[in-house]
Design a protein around this ligand. Sequence first.
Ligand SMILES: Nc1ncnc2c1ncn2[C@@H]1O[C@H](COP(=O)(O)OP(=O)(O)OP(=O)(O)O)[C@@H](O)[C@H]1O
Ligand SMILES: [Mg+2]
Length: 747
Amino acid sequence: MAQPDGGLPKSPIGQWLAHLRASRPLRLLLLIGGLSVAVLLAATVHYIASMHEREIKGAERELSTLNLSLAEQTTRAMQSVDLVLTTIVEQMKSEGIATPGDYVRRMGGRDTHQMLRARISGLPQLDAVTMIAADGHLINFSRYYPIPPVNVADRDYFAYLRDHDTAEPFISEPVQNRGNGSWTIYLARRISGPDGSFVGLVLGAIELSYFERLYKALQPDGDGSISLWRRDGILLARYPFLPDIGRPLGQRLFLEVLQKARSGVYLAPIGLNDGPRLVATRALADYPLVVNVTRKLEAVLSEWRIQAWTIGAAGTIGVAALLLSLWALARQFSAYEAATQAMDAARRAVEGRERAEHALRQSQKMEAIGQLTGGVAHDFNNLLQAIGINLHVIDSRSDDERISGPARLALQAVERGATLTQHLLAFSRRQQLRPIPVDVAGLVERVSRLLGRTLGQSVRIEVEVAPGLWAAMIDPTQLEMALLNLALNARDAMPGGGTLWITAANRTVAADAVPNLSAGDYVTLRVCDTGTGMPAEVAARAFEPFFTTKEVGRGTGLGLSMVHGLATQSGGGVELDSRPGRGTTVTLYLPRALTEPAAAPAGGTGAGETAATGIGSGGDVGAGAGCAVLLVDDEELVRTATAEYLAQAGFSVREAADASAALSLLDHGFRPDVIVTDHMMPGMTGLDMARALRARQDATPILMVTGYAQDLTTAAAAQEVALTVLSKPVEPSRLARSIRHMAAAED
Ligand SMILES: Nc1ncnc2c1ncn2[C@@H]1O[C@H](COP(=O)(O)OP(=O)(O)OP(=O)(O)O)[C@@H](O)[C@H]1O
Ligand SMILES: [Mg+2]
């Protein structure tokens, strides 16, 4: 798969992440979605947890309530037994029994036995009542008479109560009946003499199965249990039944709870015989007994578990649905974004193409106008050349001021016409340029000094040249002229005064950054004014030759077209930025020179002979004596005028109307010292003719006078055939001088 960035192929996740980084709305969407999912999850978990807590709390409340009533019933059962014992003790006190002897003597009879039997009837929990003497033997017993000879001095209750003068009842360890296996505890009370001495005991035997029956009737739920404990952790009774009765079951958790409070609820991680249980524990107020009620945690939570699963499943489905919609939404959104981007790109492409087409049309239009004006200028140049030379001849032949005066005036008009044709040729890119490395900073400084005098007081001139400015490859004379044209335009646009900035800087242009300008290094020269600016329709045509908004006689419309021609012919460009009321900025892009400029030319122009286009009078007539010239030109007017002038100047001139005529003259043995030729001629051009001559080893010096310097601008073309080039129109005396120099060099 081809990757646009040329790197490794990205995984789908990588692509997604890149997409996410690029799109802020998508990030926002995912953030909101993620938050919603988190909230939904948290809400579900919280709800399930609070339901769990509610369920446990409810079970705890239920267990505590049940435990309270069980504790009360247990207490009541014990109190009934205790009441029997205390009644007996009170009765003995009232009867004055105060010594162990009294006790044995007065309580051992059958009547006492009858009384004991009567007392226990109606109390199902009270199995028997026993009276015990201070030495441990039985005095009386509710179950049998006569009394069996039994001694209980070794029992825990006897030892404790004998040694402790206490009014509190004592509860014995459970004892198992060896016959039927049933369990019994004893509630014992001490009988003390008035001096506190030990008289004996009364003892109630409580069968623990009573409590098992009681608890069975009150059993909370199928999974519940109720148990009775002594405070020291010995199990006394339990429903459902456990075979651990009478055994101290270690350090039970409820003992810890009861150290701090009378009652409490806690979670026992491991029950007596199975998993975790919820336990409500309560200590009885009057007896060292504890009642515990428990439920299996699993059973307590069974309903909650079903609800939790249901809600959890619903929550999960909700989250999944949310994630799915989020995913779908994100995909939809990405697709939408991609489509929008594609549309944007398409729109930009269309706009770009339209811009390019517009620029192309514009440059084609300029090209067409260029060709037209170039043709006109060329013909016009020839005419000027002919007129100029003839006027010069008239002027030189007449001493009559009435004739030579108007001739000189006419020559001045011809000179102005020549300047115009130069501009035209500049626009049509057919003037001969002499690009050399130019120090633009120096040139700008010279021109701005000149402008200071020309533009007048009302225009302030600000010059700013970037340090380290590159040299530009350009014809310096033409550049000066261009700068002058721009400054004059700015002045015209600021009739009430203003500021003119001339700035120069380096700029590296990327491909397609500036219309019609190839990528590379340029020196930019910017002329900016605070004038009226141009409406769009004027700006669109400003570079066209002859386009002017100025009144007749004030503007020719050639200033900007010359600037345009110079910049483009030199391999640079020009940009115009102007809006009505906001001033105008013209930026010239001059190609950077690869070599440094020679020492700054003092006179200002670095251009060669072509720049001097004057056809003014004067010159050394007669200088050409003895020099043979072959004059080749298809324009008869120009040719004959030039021939006449040269003949008058002492040259011996032969004329040829085209290149082939010239070649045949040469073939017939004519040996001129110099060949003077036009370039553009029907059939063979001047350059072609020169090549043909050089090909035949003919080294006759050739001077080319042409309006079309374009083809010869490249020094290489001229050097190849050793040509000297002069631009039309050329001052006749200068022509004569050039011919003479060339002939002399040959000699
Ligand atoms: N700096 C400027 N501010 C406002 N308008 C301008 C500016 N420069 C040029 N123009 C407009 O562009 C037109 C063409 O300018 P251009 O220099 O080619 O010809 P011109 O100034 O009219 O005549 P000339 O040949 O004397 O320079 C001007 O007539 C003017 O309307
Ligand atoms: Mg102008």
